[in-house]
Ligand binder design. Sequence first.
Ligand SMILES: [Zn+2]
Length: 317
Amino acid sequence: MAISVRRMWSRFTSIAGLGFLLAIRVRPKLNGVEIDGRFRYYVGPQALQPLFSTFWSSGGWRRPPVMPGEPVFSSAVRDGVMFRESPRRGHDEWVSEIRRMVQQRLTVAQIEVAFVASLGSRRLDLRSALSSFAVARVLPRHAFLAAEGRSGCAVCGLLEGDSATDLNVLSFERFKWGGVRRTNLHYVHFDLDQFARAPSLSMGESDLETAAHLISVLSAADAIETSTSVEKRLSFLPSTQAERLTLVDILGVAGVLAPRDHPGFAREFVSVVKRDQPPRHFVDRSYPVSWWKGSDGVDAEVVSEMLPNTAARKFSL
Ligand SMILES: [Zn+2]
């Protein structure tokens, strides 16, 4: 069943940009496990179509979004991919909740399986847990720290009072690209919360070969390549350019890519005020991959820790 879901997903993502819809409702294998009182969400084309069409058209972003009418919206809510409410929490509550989630629910093994299986299957909703896990794992317990010229916390960027981000746009970005607001703690929380409800995939031999090849390609990039130019080397993956750029972002935040003097989050939390950008007039990438050059390569220690089965495949550094 996992294979058929992969095929359907790959087919859907390849035609979604053209606005076609598959008429077949795909129900991925549900294992009947209830998590926090809710079942796993659905990833079939019909379940995702209302979410995608709310925010995206053949011309790009819909601004403002066009919410579906009832009962389509109700159906998407029942399928677990759209939401009626976006929880608001204060700074301390967001921080403690994220720390609790990562400590109690998640393991490196789960994260690697999801990331590796996402590469060939194009299940982008499984991909960003790698970076979200890395951020959450090192998020320090801390009180709101004011900083001059900033409304958000100097450590994590959250506002001191109650704050929220629309879960529907976070859900759309997660399914379409593997998330966008990578170090935004609202996204980190949402991503890890949804990860626990995601229909899982297994990690096969070919998936591991693909992941090892990905790491090899990145580690062998020419010295002058950037996080933008290296994207073309990843076109062996079933993907769009935007998905490949997002993948590079995920690997940077997770600490797999290793810009000199500008680390990701593999070993310690990088405060908002330390996430500086290169002194160029135009910087189109986010921290830390905005600093990455091919000469920086890959951090083999982080690969061994976060992607141990991939590391065992003997990618060449
Ligand atoms: Zn903070």
